[in-house]
Structures are given as C-alpha cells and as structure tokens.
Design a protein around this ligand. Structure first.
Ligand code: CMC
Length: 405
C-alpha cells in the first residue's frame, strides 16, 4: 500500500472507534471504570431489583412507572402477544434448519405489512409499534421453534410475565422459576448498550425517515454477526469444542498458538470487565448448580482464568464481555443453541426502539463521508477492446501512478 494511503487510513477512525455519532439519554457506558447505567441507574441495581417489563417502561419513558402505570403497561403488552395470521403462515414456510436470526429478520420485516400505521413516524405511533414489537418477539421465536419441530404453536398465557410466558410458549410446559429468573435477568442486562453496531444501524435507517420496522430489520442484520450478537452462540460452540474441564488447558494453548479469538472476550469500549459479565457469571454459577450442569460453568471459568493471566489479554486489556456468561445462562435456561442470538434480539428490541423514538424526535439524516483512496482518473475501455492483457496493463499503470503520487 502506498505510504500516502496508509497515512490517510491511519487518520480515519477505523471502525469509527472513539467517534461520537449521536446524543442519547438512554444508557451510558464508562469503559475504563466498567460501569453501565440505564438513564442513570447502575445496571447492578436494576438487575437486583427490577424486571424486564419495568426496565422497558423506564427506557422508553425516562421515569420509573408507578404501580398503576406499570399495571396498565403490562396489560397493554399482554394484549399484543398473539401472532398475526400472516406471521403464523410465514413461520410454516421456513426450512427446519433455517437460522433463527434469518427467520427473525424476515418475519419482522413481514410484520410491517400487517400494521396499517406502518409509515406513520409520529411519537404516538412509534410507541405503539415499540410495544407491539416487544410483545411479539417472544411469540415469533417460540412459534418458529414449535413449528420447525412439528409441534403446535402454544398460545400466550396472559397470567405469565414476559420471560415466563416466553419459556412457556417455547416448551409448552409450566416454566421452572430458576430458568424464568435467569432469562429475565438476561433480558434486563442486555436491553440497551449505547451506540453498539445494531443500534447505530437502526438509527442510521431511522435517519432517512424510513419506518420503525425497516430500522429494526436492519438492526437484526447487524446483530447476527459473530463480532456482535452472534458471539453468545460462538461461546457455546467453543465450550462444546473444548468438551471437558481437563481439555481446557490444551485447547487454550492450541487456540493461542493458532491466533484464534476467544468468543465472548474483548470489547471496543470496555477496557476492564464488562459489568454485565460480572452479574451473569454469578447467575451462571447459581443456575449451573440448580440444573445440575455446573461443569460447564467451571469450564468457562477456567478458560477465563487462563485468558486473564495470559500476556496477550493483559496487554490489550481484554476481559469477558456480556456474551461470555450469557452462553451458559441461556444454555441452563434450556434455550436451543441456534436461538441464542434471537434471545439477545428479544432483549435489545427495547433499546433499539428507545433509540429510534429518540432519533425520530430530533432527526437529521446520518450521512458521514469516506476518504477516497482510489485513482484520480482511469480511462473507460469499450467492452470490444477489453482483453485480459489490456485490463492488466491498465491496472499496472494505475498502480504505478498511485504509488508515485
Ligand atoms: N481473543 C483474542 N484476541 C482478541 C480478542 C479475542 N476475543 N478480541 C480482541 N483481540 C485482540 C485482537 O487480536 C487485536 O490484537 P492486535 O492489536 O495484536 O491486532 C486487539 O485485541 C484489538 O482487537 P480489535 O479487533 O481491533 O478490537 P475491536 O475493538 O475492533 O473489537 C471485538 C472488539 C468485540 C469485536 C473483539 O474484542 C472480538 O472480536 N471479540 C470476540 C467476539 C465477541 O465476543 N463479540 C461480542 C462483543 S460484546 C457484545 C456485543 O456487542 O454483541
């Protein structure tokens, strides 16, 4: 690469690292102190005292609800849980081996056509859409899982809370309180997280004044990747690959020798432990004993210990992120591995929609610039004259002129 280009690329904030691209009052991250707050309340306080529905109300409205407001909010949510007919029909079209995230992205996009108010971007309309999306995510994920296993879709139970009803619709059985608590905590901890890749994607789409369904569909596309939401499944695949506690050390050494990344470790913002990982480590420990599979948690602990004492991780300030112990928590809660990332989405839908409401309220098109590093000019060669030799000659002359400039 010519020196000039290398210098330009160095000046560009690759991956937009450190760039402030939006103002928000929804959540705040201090990556040095390892602190996360939702509208000023530390995540640990919410994890200890709150539950997902209350957190959703809080993130959308900026104030904790009174009991009356909370009851009304939860009743509205429950009233929106039933799957529209077109979604039930669509769930039957997916091949049984479809990825959960591909299904979710497709079905959420389809949801827009059963909303007569789809293109209305008013605050009122978007608040209703946000509630509809929050209510339907669990029904869609559970419905997909039932259908692909040749089982009847389980109708929602209005008496059950968000997490309990999800597990009930997934399994058709009365949910175990330990698993319900694990899922609810997970949903609370992942509800929002600043301008992460999927939230940024959602805000960029809203910035064009496209509707909320379009923005959430885009966010789901971004969340799927293994560097973002897909990492929770990556951690479980890794534990599966390790197999048992006595294989950890050999696996770790081979992984380091092969320069492979350890999923669930490292973060763009946190240069210390992710505070959500701290809570999830404890929950994973407790659930591991409760469901009689603590050996999996011990494997995760041992890998973490090896990583945290290895110079590669120490020098780069790499520590477990939220996805690390999410994997064992979701596994202990009985979530099928290929649905892990959809559960991340089921939580983050609240954060995405909170950011969208914020974006629509004070919108300006998001349109950054790129530093052009291509040729100043190249000739157009008519197709009749385009031989492999001719194209190679042009490419060579462009390369020469760019490295001389
Ligand atoms: N294992 C080993 N080395 C790592 C890891 C890891 N998990 N993560 C980063 N590094 C190293 C990387 O090799 C690089 O080393 P060097 O400076 O020698 O080239 C250095 O740390 C910086 O890496 P980077 O890719 O430039 O850092 P980033 O800020 O662009 O990436 C990350 C952040 C989360 C994508 C990365 O840490 C990663 O790939 N982690 C594993 C995937 C993961 O757990 N993703 C979930 C992220 S948190 C939840 C979410 O947002 O969904």
């Amino acid at each position: 690469m010519p020196d000039k280009d290398a210098a330009v690329i160095a000046a560009v904030a690759k991956g937009l690292e450190g760039v402030i691209a939006a103002a928000t009052s929804i959540s705040s991250i201090d990556g040095t102190a390892g602190r996360l707050t939702y509208r000023g309340i530390p995540i640990e306080e919410l994890a200890a005292n709150s539950f997902y529905e209350e957190v959703a109300y809080f993130l959308w409205n900026g104030q904790l609800p009174t009991q009356v407001q909370l009851d009304q909010f939860m009743a509205n949510l429950v009233s929106m849980r039933t799957l529209p007919d077109n979604i039930v029909a669509a769930l039957k079209l997916f091949p049984a081996n479809s990825s959960g995230m591909d299904m979710l992205r497709t079905v959420i996009s389809l949801l827009s056509v059963s909303d007569p108010d789809e293109e209305n971007n008013s605050q009122e309309s978007n608040r209703r859409k946000a509630l509809r999306l929050m209510a339907l995510f669990p029904s869609i994920i559970a419905g997909f899982h039932r259908v692909r296993n040749g089982l009847e879709i389980v109708p929602p139970d209005p008496v059950l809370g968000h997490a309990a009803n999800f597990l009930y619709m997934l399994t058709g059985e009365k949910p175990d309180p330990v698993k319900v608590k694990g899922i609810d905590l997970y949903l609370v901890l992942l509800a929002d997280h600043g301008l992460n890749a999927s939230t940024f994607t959602a805000r960029v789409i809203a910035g064009t004044e496209a509707d909320m369904y379009a923005a959430v569909t885009g966010a789901l596309g971004a969340l799927k990747g293994p560097l973002h939401g897909g990492a929770n499944q990556g951690v479980m695949d890794m534990l599966d690959e390790v197999g048992s506690l006595d294989h950890v050390d050999a696996w770790f050494d081979a992984t380091m020798a092969g320069q492979r990344r350890i999923m669930g470790i490292g973060h763009r913002v946190y240069k210390t432990e992710d505070p959500r990982a701290r809570v999830l480590r404890r929950v994973s420990d407790e659930m591991g004993y409760a469901v009689g599979k603590h050996d999996l948690h011990e494997m995760a602990l041992r890998i973490e210990q090896r990583a945290l004492s290895h110079p590669h991780f120490v020098e780069r300030k790499l520590a477990p992120n939220v996805d690390y112990y999410s994997a064992t928590v979701l596994y202990y809660a009985g979530i099928p591995l290929d649905l892990f990332t959809t559960i991340f989405a089921m939580s983050r839908i609240v954060g995405w929609t909170a950011h969208l409401i914020e974006q629509y309220a004070d919108n300006r098109l998001i349109r950054p610039r790129a530093q052009y590093i291509g040729p100043d000019y190249q000739p157009y060669i008519p197709v009749a004259e385009r031989t492999v030799e001719k194209l190679a000659e042009v490419a060579q002359s462009l390369h020469m002129s760019m490295s001389q400039s």
